[in-house]
Ligand binder design. Structure first.
Ligand code: ZN
Length: 355
């Protein structure tokens, strides 16, 4: 059992415009790296800040995004110090940064595919799950700090290696609209997204289930503001776990956002260390079940969520995976959460047998 952490000093080079404050800034990486040092079993952590990757990985950018969009990003990078929209900046080195972020994300799944009982966590920035094929996805007002979709590239790589279906589990507080758009018609990618409804990007409703052959493979779990650990644990037990049992993914990639943590800054969710510890344990159990490692790619998380959520997440993975079932015994979700879980199960019934 081990945890690999991948990051690169290159990730510091994507910087907000001079003098402008932005929550998605290089100090996030410092917070995340110090959080890793607070894990209670440091001997189980392998930290690698030099990412050796094949140049072939970069071809995945063109598999996820349209050529016209990649061209636009390249031209904005050569200008530097600019915005692609009101939320999302591009600095002179951004193109190099986002390429290494995609490479690190693919590397994380490559390691995960070759090992058992392992969590491979890529601490990348900027995040990626709001970036769609052409940038803004599904009618969102902006790209929400994202340039290239890291998790989508990693998932496609796994599918190309024969690991299908793959499940992308997104716990960032915002809906992963970019990922959902990229795979909307792709039945080999199961996308399960728990998020706060009513905030950016405004998508992710229960009845958005994918298109064509992929209907029923996109699963949205929108929860109300002020949802707590027990609400998340409840929907995991009632929806996510039965879905995973029904679809039997061969690989798992996690869009690991920590911005649903209480007080993190960009949402009203109230998660604590309990949830992130539980989630780590859950991933360990899933990793055992599929017989290979699990890849996690950093999405959001802007303050306390990174500081306290990351150690709990890793400690959870390193602890006794059987405990996660015990955590589910005495939970008290809100009435609204129970209703939402029931609605989702009804929507999914025609596509899979879930109890
Ligand atoms: Zn987010």
């Amino acid at each position: 059992m081990s945890v690999h952490v991948l990051y690169s000093d290159v990730f510091y080079l994507h910087r907000p415009l001079p003098g402008a404050y932005h929550p998605e800034n290089p100090s996030r990486l410092d917070v995340a790296i110090s959080a890793i040092k607070r894990v209670y079993m440091p001997q189980r952590i392998i930290v690698n800040s030099r990412i050796n990757y094949s140049i072939d990985y970069l071809h995945y950018i063109a598999k996820v995004h349209d050529a016209s969009y990649i061209e636009l990003i390249n031209s904005l990078c050569s200008t530097g110090n600019t915005y692609i929209d009101s939320d999302t900046y591009i600095s002179r080195d951004t193109c190099r940064v986002v390429e290494v972020a995609v490479a690190a994300s693919i590397k994380s799944i490559e390691i995960a595919l070759s090992q058992s009982d392992t969590l491979v966590f890529a601490l990348v920035r900027p995040p990626g799950h709001h970036a769609g094929r052409y940038g803004r996805a599904m009618g969102a007002p902006t790209q929400g700090f994202c340039i290239y979709n890291n998790i989508a590239a990693a998932a496609l790589y796994a599918v190309d290696r024969g690991y299908a279906p793959i499940a992308i589990m997104d716990i960032d507080v915002h809906h992963g609209n970019g990922t959902q758009e990229v795979f909307w018609y792709e039945p080999t990618v199961i996308h399960i997204d728990i998020h706060q409804y009513g905030i950016y990007p405004g998508t992710g409703s229960i009845d958005a289930i994918g298109g064509g052959e992929a209907r029923g493979t996109k699963i949205n779990i929108p929860l109300p503001p002020y949802s707590r650990d027990d609400d998340y644990l409840y929907v995991i037990n009632e929806v996510l776990t039965p879905v995973m049992e029904a679809v039997k993914p061969r690989a798992i990639a996690v869009s690991a956002g920590f911005d649903a943590y209480r007080g993190d800054g960009l949402s009203e969710m109230e998660l604590t260390q309990k949830f992130y510890g539980f989630y780590g344990m859950l991933l360990r159990a899933l990793s055992k079940k599929i017989g290979i490692g699990v890849a996690a790619v950093l999405e959001g998380g802007y303050s306390v969520g990174l500081r306290d959520g990351i150690p709990s997440f890793i400690n959870g993975f390193l602890s006794d995976f059987k405990k996660y079932e015990e955590e589910l015994k005495a939970i008290s979700p809100s009435r609204k959460t129970v209703e939402i879980a029931m609605k989702i199960k009804n929507v999914l019934k025609p596509f899979m047998s879930i109890s």
